[in-house]
Design a protein around this ligand. Structure first.
Ligand code: GDP
Ligand code: GDP
Length: 447
């Protein structure tokens, strides 16, 4: 993950001008430009091979002192949400840039915001904007220095000092961790196998890894419980985590007693994607259902692998598939794969599916698409009136990845019906191309 720096400041000091200048002069990719400029935007700033993400927060309007002195609860409506966005941006960032207007001098609200960013304990740079040439640089500088942050005069509109500014921003970043993986895709994809003894987990690991397997953590002194098997297939690396557990559980004589749902869940937290292996002949037990239910609830990225289809008669497969589809309607997004670890049938589809799920977990939706999707979804199917009031949607943001988490800002979240929430999720899945990954959808009120 790239480090982030947020531009903070009251409206009209020139944050978006600076934002655009920073990302344009570096020819970086930016997320869609939203229709509403008060939204949060992110863009890449790149110099040489160093990179960070700059966040342009919305401004803070309304009663500016209340915003800071009394906290977000005292504010109402849209503005309160903007403040919350600023707060979120501060939380997401490793460093902050407070932007002020060099022509207006230091305002009380600037001072309140300065206190606000100082409280975060993160490195802060004070950008004095609208200094349209060196002759203006001394105008209010003394005043701005009283805040105690490093200060840089500049002009977003005319470009004065912008290059030095981006250099200063890079200096705010923590030193790079040499050992950290450079890109998300370069590290091996970690897979966990869950399922009752004899479902075929070990056979499947064998079928997938063949002779290329390499046990990576079976070193003396490490616990036997965490044997990981690393393989490289088609130029990509995978690690099957916790396979000692897989093997050990396979030997246990009393499956009902030992196949504990809770201990199974532990290995899923170490994995990027979990494969739940079921025996096609045995069918779905209560315990399997409980496990699937829990994985779904915990937003674990997973797929179901129905093994041993070589034992199912050819004409029985359609009926079998219908059976699973019907039993699992509560988690429609979870892929169901039919395979035989013994004959190899269907096995080649598993790893591509795991990669797809993992990729979808890290989808980031640009502000433009978020806005368009909200408008489209609400226009196509209005939220039903609840207690004589129709819920009103203000905007949609993506708060997180893995799982992708979307937050709808509405006038009253208690008026959003379950069925409408499900409709919105389905609509977003289609638009954002998140087919099989878990997804979180939240509603927040702004009164
Ligand atoms: P934001 O609300 O903080 O994002 O501010 P904007 O970027 O929208 O800018 C507010 C106004 O200030 C716009 O009219 C800009 O053209 C103007 N502005 C921004 N940067 C400069 C600058 O460096 N010099 C001058 N003179 N005006 C600027
Ligand atoms: P685990 O306990 O989940 O690791 O299951 P194993 O991989 O040890 O398999 C349990 C039994 O099922 C073994 O006898 C396997 O040979 C058998 N088995 C595994 N996969 C298949 C399959 O696809 N078809 C058939 N017919 N048998 C299988």
């Amino acid at each position: 993950m790239l480090p982030k720096i947020a531009l903070i400041g009251r409206p009209n000091v020139g944050k978006s001008t600076l934002f655009n200048r920073l990302i344009r002069s570096n020819r970086a990719i930016t997320h869609d430009r939203p229709g509403v400029t008060r939204d949060r935007m992110e863009g890449y700033v790149k110099v040489g091979d160093r990179k960070f993400i700059i966040i342009d927060t919305g401004g803070i309007t309304l009663d500016e002192h209340a915003a800071v002195a009394e906290g977000p609860d005292e504010l109402r409506g849209f503005e309160a949400e903007i403040l919350r966005q600023t707060e979120e941006a501060i939380a997401d960032s490793v460093a902050l840039c407070l932007v002020v207007d060099g022509r207006e001098g230091l305002t009380p609200f600037d001072e309140s915001l300065a206190a606000y960013v100082r409280k975060s304990g993160k490195p802060v740079l004070l950008a004095v904007n609208k200094v349209d040439g060196e002759e203006m640089a001394d105008l209010y500088m003394a005043e701005f220095h009283t805040l105690g942050f490093p200060v840089i005069p500049l002009s977003g509109a005319h470009g004065f000092n912008v290059r030095a500014f981006s250099g200063e921003l890079f200096d705010l970043l923590p030193p790079e961790d040499e050992d950290a993986p450079q890109e998300e895709e370069e590290r091996p994809l970690k897979l966990a196998m869950l399922g009752r003894p004899n479902a075929g987990k070990s056979s499947l690991v064998n079928a997938l890894s063949g002779s290329r397997r390499m046990i990576v953590s079976d070193v003396a002194g490490t616990t036997r419980d965490s044997v990981d098997i690393a393989v490289e297939l088609g130029g990509r690396r995978y690690v099957f985590v916790d396979t000692a557990g897989v093997r050990r559980r396979a030997k246990i004589q009393d499956p009902v007693e030992r196949y504990s749902v809770n201990s199974s869940l532990k290995s899923t937290t170490k994995a990027d994607v979990t494969l739940v292996v079921l025996d096609a002949v045995e069918g779905l037990t209560q315990q399997d259902k409980r496990l699937i239910d829990l994985l779904d609830e915990r937003k674990t990225p997973f797929m179901l692998v129905i093994n041993k289809i070589d034992l199912v008669p050819r004409d029985g497969l359609t009926a079998l598939k219908r059976l699973y589809d019907d039993a699992l309607t509560f988690c429609k997004h979870v892929p169901i794969m039919y395979i035989s670890a013994r004959s190899g049938r269907g096995v080649d589809k598993l790893l591509p599916m795991a990669r797809k799920i993992n990729k979808e977990c890290y989808v980031r939706v640009g502000t433009g698409l978020l806005n368009r999707t909200l408008t489209e979804a609400v226009t196509r199917h209005q939220p039903p009136v609840v207690k004589r009031v129709r819920p009103k949607f203000f905007y949609l943001t993506q708060a997180e990845t893995n799982p992708p988490t979307f937050v709808f800002f509405v006038n009253d979240h208690e008026r959003i019906q379950e069925s409408y929430a499900r409709y919105l999720e389905k609509f977003m899945r289609k638009r954002f191309e998140i087919e099989h990954a878990p997804m979180r959808v939240r509603f927040r009120s702004s009164h």
